[in-house]
Design a protein around this ligand. Structure first.
Ligand SMILES: *Cc1c(COP(=O)(O)O)cnc(C)c1O
Length: 432
């Protein structure tokens, strides 16, 4: 029996059930500020928990290797149709297990091992799959990297350095140019990247892992139709299940599909594909436009409140769902690692992050990355963002005072009680 009296399907495994319940409780009673996380709808959760997890469906709709795929075909076709309609793309591959797999699928389809790819440096806001030496991407291809412009006192610096992109593109003649970031708080205009790619005869991939939901909701410019290929995750601002997807024009469809399967993956996760279909339909509704706009407004409110509390923000603020905090102006001694740990104890969940030209290592860092997608889903608005910022500042200011940490933990719990993402869905306790 779960706590609400329903029979839980997980009653047969109390050990796992207890962990899942504790995780549900953690998500409900702490503030989720990790920029790459969200709260999926009960419908997305239900599809993810469905019997499609039992099915093997290697191949694509109408071209499977095993029998019994009539419904897997239906659900994957639906997901593909909804993805292409949502983003206005010619072709969608909805099978990548993650954003990393989507990126790798594109490289495998379009770039020969050893050829050059131009992408953003990890310590400037890029992603591991943009050529980090510890990633298979960096081991397989020759990556050349651009970064952001120097910081400026008026906040106009720390933008993607398009001059560097152009210079490097001319000098290195990459096969592929990648735009897209994991820690960057400003809008990314795909048009100048297209122009540079055209000038040097490169292909152009836009990695929309973070802003996919903002793009679908009309809050950010769409790279679809401008970039040759767009990859994205379905679980960040898009608010679907954990996974990835690729959009492209017809000219690359066969190569992309062949790279994902059989090039990179075995059987697709059709239960997750079903949940992606649910999420694509949710993102096409008018409410999702309002959601995307609110995510951006909440980030702006969070940024303004943090600046008022003495924090310096990388790039001077935000246009999207995230805020990158440079902790050094607030407290030169405070590392990202120490800040993340004490905030965790106070019930404020976020991640440490390197800031551009960070003097500290990626494991320690001088920054924090904060994001609004999850708590906006839970219903928080600008006024709650101001409260969250002041709680965060209080903990960091008095981080050695256990009484302060405990009192903030209590206030966080009270705040979250009014913003339960799964209120009204008691059946979720039967799974979680
Ligand atoms: C999150 C992210 C990815 C990878 O997503 P996973 O699902 O974690 O593999 C790829 N690129 C960028 C820019 C990201 O932010």
């Amino acid at each position: 029996m779960s706590s609400n009296g329903h029979d839980s399907p997980l009653a047969s495994d109390p050990e796992v059930a207890a962990i899942l319940h504790a995780e549900l409780e953690r998500q409900r009673t702490t503030v989720q500020l990790i920029a790459s996380e969200n709260f999926t709808s009960p419908a997305v959760l239900a599809a993810t928990a469905s019997v499609l997890t039992n099915k093997y469906s290697e191949g694509y709709p109408g071209r499977r290797y095993y029998g019994g795929n009539v419904h897997a075909d239906e659900v994957e076709s639906l997901a593909r149709d909804r993805a292409t309609a949502l983003f206005g793309a010619a072709h969608a591959n909805v099978q990548p297990h993650s954003g990393a797999s989507a990126n790798l699928g594109v490289y495998l389809a379009l770039v020969e091992p050893g050829e050059t790819i131009l992408a953003m440096r990890l310590d400037q806001g890029g992603h591991l799959t943009h050529g980090s030496p510890v990633s298979i991407t960096g081991k397989t291809y020759r990556f050349v990297s651009y970064g952001v412009t120097p910081a400026r006192a008026d906040g106009s610096g720390e933008r993607i350095d398009l001059d560097a992109v152009r210079d490097l593109a001319r000098r290195e003649r990459p096969r592929l140019i990648v735009a897209g970031t994991t820690a960057y708080s400003r809008v990314i205009d795909p048009v100048p990247f297209r122009e540079i790619a055209d000038e040097v005869g490169a292909l152009f991939m836009f990695d929309a892992a973070h802003p996919a939901g903002l793009i679908a909701g009309g809050a950010h410019p769409s790279p679809v139709g401008i970039a040759d290929v767009v990859t994205f995750t379905t679980h960040k601002t898009l608010r679907g299940p954990r996974g990835g997807a690729i959009l492209c024009g017809e000219e690359h469809a066969r190569a992309i599909d062949a790279a994902v399967f059989p090039g990179l993956q075995g059987g697709p996760l059709e239960h997750v594909v079903a949940a992606k279909a649910v999420a694509f339909a949710e993102a096409a509704r008018p409410e999702f436009k309002q959601y995307a706009a609110q995510v951006v407004r909440n980030a702006a409110a969070l940024a303004a409140a943090l600046v008022a509390d003495g924090f310096r923000l990388v790039a001077g603020g935000t246009d999207n769902h995230q805020v990158l905090v440079d902790l050094r102006a607030f407290d030169a001694e405070l590392t990202g690692k120490a800040a993340q740990e004490v905030l965790d104890r106070a019930g404020i969940t976020c991640n440490r992050n390197q800031i551009p030209d960070d003097p500290r290592s990626p494991f320690v860092t001088s920054g924090l990355r904060l994001g609004t997608p999850a708590e906006t889903t839970a219903g928080m608005r600008e006024s709650e963002m101001a409260v969250v910022a002041s709680l965060l500042a209080r903990v960091l200011r008095d981080r050695d005072d256990q009484a302060v940490v405990e009192s903030v933990r209590k206030e966080v719990r009270e705040l979250c009680a009014g913003f339960d993402p799964y209120a009204g869905s008691p059946w979720i306790e039967g799974i979680a």
